[in-house]
Design a protein around this ligand. Structure first.
Ligand code: CP
Length: 333
């Protein structure tokens, strides 16, 4: 078993292939133990600080529940609790160095990647990325666990990762983490997005390097048809174009008029319908990290069909985060 004690998870590249596989195995073990009612209080007496700079349903609740089930505790550290965002704001490293003296780990959802990197740099305790604009590693772990549960090892699996239309787009963090996971675990990933929405090509290059030794592949195309043909899984997500993202947070969260006008033209062509799913394998399964913009990204017909595994995927956030916490915070060896 890999020893992850004391380690950060800022992104998928922080863990080796073996460490990712071990983490997924521990996730499965903890899930089965929970199902049979066997307690696993691996983090008894330990505290996790949860810093969330955006709203979160799945990540925040799964992390807090994970700590409870592991016998520990999660503290909510938002701007109302910390001297962050106040008129007299405390220096960010001072904040992190202080809470580092009380806590055993930090789960941080950051609006700015630089603040996450700085926090990880000054904290001695493990820091887990609970989503930032560059990566969403915990979601990629849950997605991998869900796919393995449904269809076994991923080496021969094809995953179509489809851009879906929505009014407000998040950054491409999950897309980037999924590329890196494809490289680590060796599955075929085909990303379909409109021209101009291609994810970070430097991260793709990193994922390609990993894929060269795992047997995986990562391809970016501009039509659903090419991506879904023969796919075992269809994972839908929506992300802002890197050009708009580069203009700054105000623009990419609230909407740049030029970008919105260009994006409006994509609305009818970039929604995953039953017809799109019908072009994949007969037993293809549909995923989405949620929250979903129903009937613009994916139709209700698809989301409510037996092919949809979105709630299994959401549940597995809990089991994978428990494994990540238990391994990095030293409860599981
Ligand atoms: N998938 C995901 O991260 O959901 P939340 O934003 O609700 O945490």
């Amino acid at each position: 078993m890999a020893n992850l004690k004391g380690r950060d998870l800022k992104g998928i590249a922080d863990f080796s292939r073996e460490e990712i596989q071990n983490t997924l195995e521990v996730s499965g073990l903890l899930k089965r133990e929970l199902e049979i009612g066997r307690a696993h209080r691996l983090l008894e007496g330990k505290s996790l600080g949860g810093i969330f700079e955006t709203p979160s349903t799945r990540t925040s609740i799964s992390f807090e529940t994970a700590m409870t089930q592991l016998g520990g505790h999660m503290l909510w550290l938002d701007e109302h609790r910390l001297w962050v965002g106040a008129a007299e704001e405390e220096d960010w490293p001072d904040t992190i160095k202080t809470i580092d003296r009380y806590l055993d780990g930090i789960a941080y959802r950051a609006i700015r990647r630089e603040r996450l990197d700085l926090a990880a740099q000054v904290a001695r305790i493990p820091l887990i990325n609970a989503s930032c604009p560059v990566e969403h590693p915990c979601q990629a772990f849950a997605d991998a666990m869900t796919m393995i549960e449904k269809k076994g090892p991923l080496q021969k699996a094809k995953v179509a990762f489809l851009w879906g239309w929505r009014t407000a787009n998040p950054p491409a963090g999950l897309t980037n983490s999924t590329m890196l996971m494809a490289g680590k675990l060796g599955f075929e990933l085909v990303i379909a997005c409109p021209p101009g929405f291609e994810p970070d090509l430097s991260i793709k290059a990193e994922a390609d390097r990993e894929a060269s030794s795992s047997g995986g592949s990562i391809k970016i195309v501009h039509s659903y048809e090419e991506a879904v043909k023969g796919a075992d899984f269809i994972n839908v997500y929506s992300w802002v174009s890197p050009a708009v993202f580069a203009k700054g947070l105000e623009t990419h969260f609230k909407g740049d008029p030029e970008f919105q006008a260009a994006k409006a033209k994509l609305k009818n062509d970039w929604c995953v319908t039953k017809k799109v799913v019908g072009q994949a394998k007969k037993d293809a399964l549909v995923m989405h990290c949620m929250p979903i913009s129903r009937n613009t990204e994916v139709t209700d017909e698809v989301l409510n069909s037996p092919a949809s595994i979105i709630f299994d995927e959401a549940e597995n956030r809990l089991h994978t985060e428990k494994a990540i916490l238990a391994l990095t915070m030293g409860g599981y060896r």
